[in-house]
Unconditional design. Structure first.
Length: 162
């Protein structure tokens, strides 16, 4: 009787292993997929459209446009994207205690399907500020960092209204 019971337990154990191990094995192998894109399958220049509040801070490393360097950099702006690759902005910038108020700038932007983007702001014939950007929430927000060598500045923008 003991032997018959032991054989039954062994058969039951083998059956559990045969049925459960493959399921556990394949469940563990299946990775979770995470996408950094918005729900409509990606981004485009149209995601940035309308007015945004923008704030940035960092350090000016090399003097440009007569500004003192090295110096801390702080900036706030209203940025208006047109949804087609151009924008304009009105900004207040403070570099090392020198405040520049109501500065109007205009530039261009590109947005890749993976929601990475870039901005170009020509200040004069010799100086263009370039920024790398990531568009967040289908265009509700964005983060940027300057990519030129004269400054280490990063910032955030958020759509106004809605």
């Amino acid at each position: 009787m003991k032997r018959a019971f032991a054989v039954l337990v062994a058969i039951a154990a083998v059956a559990v292993l045969v049925l459960c191990v493959p399921a556990v094995k394949y469940a563990a192998v299946t990775p979770t997929v995470v996408h950094a894109q918005n729900s409509n399958g990606g981004c485009s220049v149209a995601n940035l459209n309308g007015p945004y509040a923008f704030a940035a801070e960092g350090t000016l490393l090399t003097s440009i446009l007569g500004l003192p360097a090295p110096a801390p950099w702080g900036e706030v702006a209203r940025v208006d994207f047109n949804g087609a690759g151009s924008f304009s902005a009105i900004a207040t910038v403070n570099v090392g205690g020198a405040a520049l108020n109501s500065i109007s700038v205009a530039g261009t932007y590109t947005v890749n399907k993976d929601c990475t983007a870039s901005i170009a702001i020509p200040l004069n014939a010799q100086t263009t500020i370039t920024e790398g950007m990531v568009v967040i929430g289908g265009g509700q927000r964005f983060v940027v960092t300057h990519t030129e060598s004269f400054a280490v500045v990063s910032g955030r923008g958020e759509r106004l209204g809605d």
